[in-house]
Design a protein around this ligand. Structure first.
Ligand code: URA
Length: 184
């Protein structure tokens, strides 16, 4: 973090910067989260705070190479004030930007991490639990809803059937599908 950014954070100023994405722009697998948090805002990169660390851990444990096989971004490109959940209107306003980003990266497979991403891309408002782990085809791409890592931080255990274990299974499933694509 740079000194001006640190000072800005310490003063509690709300002057969010754009957080666009990170990873490989040619990746066939994309992950969409919700919105940048404080650390992401300070560094200008998505998923680099505590939930991002857990996400990276799970991605690597699932056998995926984050740097080369993934492109990571959020529905909302600026940190919402006080880390609150994005409103339906904010999601609506952000959708065209996200659509353009998806068109540019052109992934075959997309992980929808959390309810905001699920709502933004598939219009589903019912939460993630019902659909997680089930591929959804939409506009020629396959979408896999998965839990959001900040939800996973509430649970420590990775025993069978726990949210972290289920997410690991989902990421392994994404890796399997990615592998099939590279063979076809
Ligand atoms: N949560 C998100 O959804 N995205 C980030 O970049 C960080 C935390």
């Amino acid at each position: 973090m740079t000194e001006p950014q640190l000072n800005r954070m310490n003063r509690g100023e709300q002057n969010p910067q754009l957080v666009v994405g990170r990873g490989n722009p040619n990746a066939r697998l994309m992950l969409i989260g919700e919105a940048p948090g404080a650390e992401e805002d300070a560094r200008g990169l998505p998923f680099v705070g505590r939930s991002g660390q857990l996400l990276s851990e799970l991605i690597s444990e699932a056998g995926l190479d984050e740097q080369h096989q993934l492109y990571i971004c959020n529905v909302i490109k600026c940190r919402p004030p006080n880390n609150r959940k994005p409103t339906a209107k904010e999601i609506e306003i952000s959708r065209p930007w996200l659509r353009q980003q998806i068109d540019l990266i052109d992934p075959a497979l997309v992980l929808l991490s959390g309810a905001t991403a699920l709502q933004a891309m598939l219009g589903v408002r019912s939460g993630i639990s019902k659909l997680r782990g089930q591929w959804q085809t939409h506009d020629g791409r396959d979408y896999l809803p998965v839990f959001h890592p900040s939800y996973l931080l509430r649970f420590r255990s990775r025993e069978a059937g726990t949210p972290q274990d289920l997410t690991l299974q989902d990421l392994r499933e994404a890796r399997r599908r990615l592998h099939l694509l590279s063979e076809s």
